[in-house]
Ligand binder design. Structure first.
Ligand SMILES: Nc1ncnc2c1ncn2[C@@H]1O[C@H](COP(=O)(O)OP(=O)(O)OP(=O)(O)O)[C@@H](O)[C@H]1O
Ligand SMILES: [Mg+2]
Length: 328
């Protein structure tokens, strides 16, 4: 078998591309017609943990759907490990694992059986399939519940099982679509840990999220997507440095932001933007030294009820680029 691998330049070395999207578009006919992907170019190197960060409706799941052969693109191309998703969907599917946004566990099967039959479906013989299922139950801390059914376990456990199943056939590329949505903070941290472990085994991971902390902490590189387009793509550190703000301050006010206070805040040296919010104002600035105190003083006439400083985050990067919140 000969396979022409795509290549991505990472620094000065050349490694094969795990994923390459070229001018990818997807329109849903509607009505109303929606352009879910509006021309995305993207390359993910093997071994990378890559994040697609964007608000609801940005086109994250549609992108994952195209990469995993579930959704037919309107134009452009998607290559997984050098294989075109439209020309070789079966081979692509064997090489990737996916955890979709919706729970797709088989509710009529036990946890063990969900893993076992997945392995069988991927051509693993009975005995090694059993061994693999047992090994994964152990590794994902589900062994004690092997005989339970998906409806009998917590959301965090169900999500761990979905990830275990997605890697059961040993794919080289794993897609996680909003893996921690709806999980409590503790389950979220547990899942982050497991995903980081998979990654240190050499698996390439593409995850979508609208949690900036998740993208920031887990990912080597992040593409910020909005309205089906990639706005920026880089390491979290580089994004914060180039597009973020040194400091982000939120003030809760007794009265609606007045023109005078808006002007006073905007006049503080280093302030980049002043934005009225529901019940207050948000100030982004290059420099954090003494900013909180000066902002509180400047906003005094509108009655400052509370003030907090958030530092620069990927959220600030998103706000800077779009003028909106990730959650708006
Ligand atoms: N099957 C479909 N038919 C029509 N429109 C769709 C379909 N699936 C998605 N869309 C629309 O395409 C756009 C992108 O949706 P998509 O689910 O890819 O976004 P997302 O970034 O995953 O959002 P979320 O954070 O809500 O999961 C949205 O406007 C959505 O309403
Ligand atoms: Mg989605």
């Amino acid at each position: 078998m000969t396979m022409v691998e795509s290549e991505v330049r990472v620094g000065s070395s050349i490694t094969p591309a795990a994923l390459r999207l070229c001018d990818l578009t997807k329109s849903y006919p509607g009505p109303p017609a929606v352009q879910a992907i509006a021309g995305i170019d993207l390359e993910v190197a093997e071994g990378e943990m890559f994040g697609l960060l964007g608000p609801n409706g940005a086109g994250k799941s549609t992108t994952v759907g195209v990469c995993t052969t579930r959704i037919r693109p309107t134009s452009g191309s998607a290559e997984v490990l050098g294989l075109d998703v439209l020309r070789e969907p079966a081979r692509v599917k064997r090489r990737l694992g996916v955890v979709t946004q919706a729970n797709t566990l088989d509710r009529s099967l036990t946890l063990f059986e969900n893993l076992y039959y997945h392995c069988r479906y991927f051509g693993i013989r009975s005995r090694p399939a059993r061994a693999r299922a047992d090994e994964l139950l152990e590794r994902f801390r589900l062994a004690e519940r092997a005989g339970s059914f998906p409806d009998q376990i917590s959301g965090g456990m169900a999500q761990r099982l979905q990830v275990a199943r997605a890697v059961a056939h040993r794919p080289r590329l794993l897609f996680l679509d909003e893996p921690t949505a709806g999980l409590d903070p503790q389950s979220r941290l547990a899942l982050w840990e497991l995903v980081s472990e998979l990654r240190s085994d050499g698996l390439t991971v593409v995850l979508t999220t609208h949690y900036m902390e998740e993208a920031d902490q887990l990912c080597d590189r992040v593409a910020i997507v909005d309205h089906g387009e990639v706005l920026v793509c880089d390491t979290p550190e580089a994004l914060r440095a180039r597009h973020g703000a040194g400091e982000v301050i939120e003030l809760e006010l007794d009265r609606p932001l007045s023109t005078a206070v808006h002007a006073a805040l905007a006049g503080i040296s280093g302030v980049r933007s002043v934005e009225a919010r529901d019940g207050g104002v948000r100030v982004m600035a290059d420099d954090r030294d003494g900013l909180l105190a000066r902002a509180v003083e400047a906003a005094g006439p509108d009655g400052v009820r509370d003030a907090s400083a958030a530092g620069s985050t990927l959220e600030a990067v998103f706000i800077n680029l779009t003028g909106r919140d990730l959650r708006e």
